[in-house]
Design a protein around this ligand. Sequence first.
Ligand code: C2E
Ligand code: CA
Ligand code: CA
Length: 759
Amino acid sequence: MNRSIKNSGGHIASAIIFPMLIVVMTSVATIFGLMSWSARLSDEAAEESQHKLLAGAVQLTQNYISKKQTGVVIWDEAFHAVNDPVPNRNWIRNNMMNWLSRNHGFTRSVLVDSDFEVASVYAHDENSDWMSPKVLDELRPAIAKVRARYITSFKKTPSGLFRFMPQNGDTHLSIAETGVVPLTGEPFMFTAAAVVPQIQSVFAERQPPAVLVSMIPLRGQKLAKISDMSRLDGFVLANEQTDRSGVGTYQLESPRGENIGVIAWQASRPGTQMLERINPFLAVAAFLIAAVVIAVTLFTRQMTKRLARSEAKAVHAASHDALSGLPNRSSFQALLTSALETGEQNGTNTAVVYIDLDHFKDINDTLGHSAGDRVIVAVANRLKQVLPRNGIVSRISGDEFAMVISKCENDEWLEYILDQVQDEIARPVKVGSREIFASLSMGAAIAPKDGKNPDELLRKADIALYDAKANGRNRRSFFEPTMEHHVQSKDEMSRELRLALRNDQLDLAYQPQSDTDAKKIVSVEALARWTKEDGTVVPPSQFIPVAEETGLINDLGIWVLNKACARAHDWPGVVVSVNVSPNQFKHPRFVEKVMAILAANDLPPQRLEIEVTESVFAGRDDSVLNALRRLKGLGVKVALDDFGSGYSSLSYLRRFPFDTLKIDRDFVSDMNGNPEAEAILVSIIQLGKALGMTIVAEGIETIDQIRFLQVHDCHRMQGYFISRPLTSVALSKFLKDFHNENSEDLAGSFDARPRAAKG
Ligand code: C2E
Ligand code: CA
Ligand code: CA
């Protein structure tokens, strides 16, 4: 069962939980992925704009230095100095190059004349070694551009002369070019511009200009300025390109496209920053989601397990009896069927045994249902213990069990098993401080001898059980074909009894009760008698239970009451005792019926006594006791019959004030010579007397019993020794004889008796 719970739990887990886990995990991963993707996008966008910003700043700086240079290149004097057939180098140095160095920090300058020859080289520290063919080569494209741009700015006029017409009207733009070049391993920002007159005149020919290239090292203030303008953090000039993340780079290239170095900065990465800010929350959210998922998973698993367990329980409950835990009737049928099939295949005998707890109803009725339950559980456990291997035991109904015993070797073997069952059950069951003695009756049928199909075997086992019960209980019977006849007779009996009642074929016998001195008959007990038309006598021990089972007891009881009350007039002064079964009290108008009968027969209630057994205390509702109270209130006497036979509780004696206590016949018969039985008897007599009851000892059969009872002052006696139950006619005669005899011999002793036992 446990395994199947796990299996179905695992099944549900894989069917629901795993897909759910995957969905949740994928969603979380997707969210994280999307977040970091969008962070990267925004980082990239930010870097691009930073890059543009820097490019702008570099360009602006270059424009700026270019503008600064304008002061010396757009200058008539310079133009002449440069283009003189013999250029005035000193003048150029001082007024152009040196001036630029001092005022604007152009630490290097070079003048290239219109023939593209280096005309003059300047360095602010007089160290002119910096100029080399390689440097010139680097600068060449820029210089060439300037020259070309300058020349092409001259447009031919209709007169055939060339006029200077700068692009966009901006002279400076038309004659200058900027960029970055490496000098002695260091990047320098340069501006190259044509040296031109202040006022552009008309020329007959287009002449290439001299070009002044001025340079500022890209470091210190210049770099700081670019950094300032671009507002980038951690701004550095590096030699090498770097791929480090979080670092923005700007490649410096020479006009020839050579790498000179990089400007690197601490890139601001808003996406990453946002992620960093948001990540703790995301982590917490993911954690919470994970926690919820885990909780839901665990809860679901728990639930599915519980479901599976309760399903298994329900399946078990449907096939098992809740109290004893044994298979119930419906599953027993299936178990029996398969056991019989196996038996048939193997060619072995299979026994079916019906078991019925004797007098279980009494235990339930007198000790309460919880005690009854304890007995059932104890019996169930003991049956399980003695059951041979492969055997089945099941609880069929309230106090009925059934067993299947496979591979039943022979009758002796089965008898041995059933003996063990009986021995086991004979041990008392402890309920609180009380020891309950249970016994059981068993009926067995054996396949294939007694039948092959389950129903037939069960029916026959039931018949055998009935036989065991009918033969005095606490025994077992094996099915025999003759038994079937008896069962039929039980059904027949109830039908016949109904007819007998309707046709007035029942009769009453009366058994006298005398005082202990046997001097006076104080009352007579009316006992139902049934002699069938064919003359067979059916004892009340057989037909009363049938009447109780079929509900016929109500009509029968009323008939007995009527008859006994009618006859009572024949025996003035004698009380008539009538047995009333508890079922009769359940009739809602029973008391009214008794009153009507008394009235109809003109009998004072004091002449009627009602005998009830302890089972009136059964059940929770007090309706029976209330009816008894009402009867007692009318004056009808109430006797507690068979005291000491069942589970007599002395507490019953307090629950209802009985007029009479009838000590059970078995008790009296146990008495002979048994000191313990005598002691109990004496104490019952004393107790009853203390409670103000009239004590009657039943079943008096010997003179010794009478003597004993006389010694102990028992009030009354009833039994064969006084008289057997008599017909009404015989009773009238008996009463007459009895009183005559006693009046003749007032001091008469019992030694002369028995005298009426033959009645
Ligand atoms: P009970 O009420 O205990 O009646 C006494 C039984 O003990 C009677 O058996 C009686 O014949 C028998 N008895 C009397 N003295 C002696 C004796 O000295 N020795 C022995 N061995 N037996 C003695 P009976 O008439 O067969 O009645 C059996 C039971 O049937 C009664 O037991 C009573 O419980 C029930 N019963 C009889 N008639 C009626 C009736 O009209 N209504 C109801 N509800 N039950 C009845
Ligand atoms: Ca009785
Ligand atoms: Ca009795």
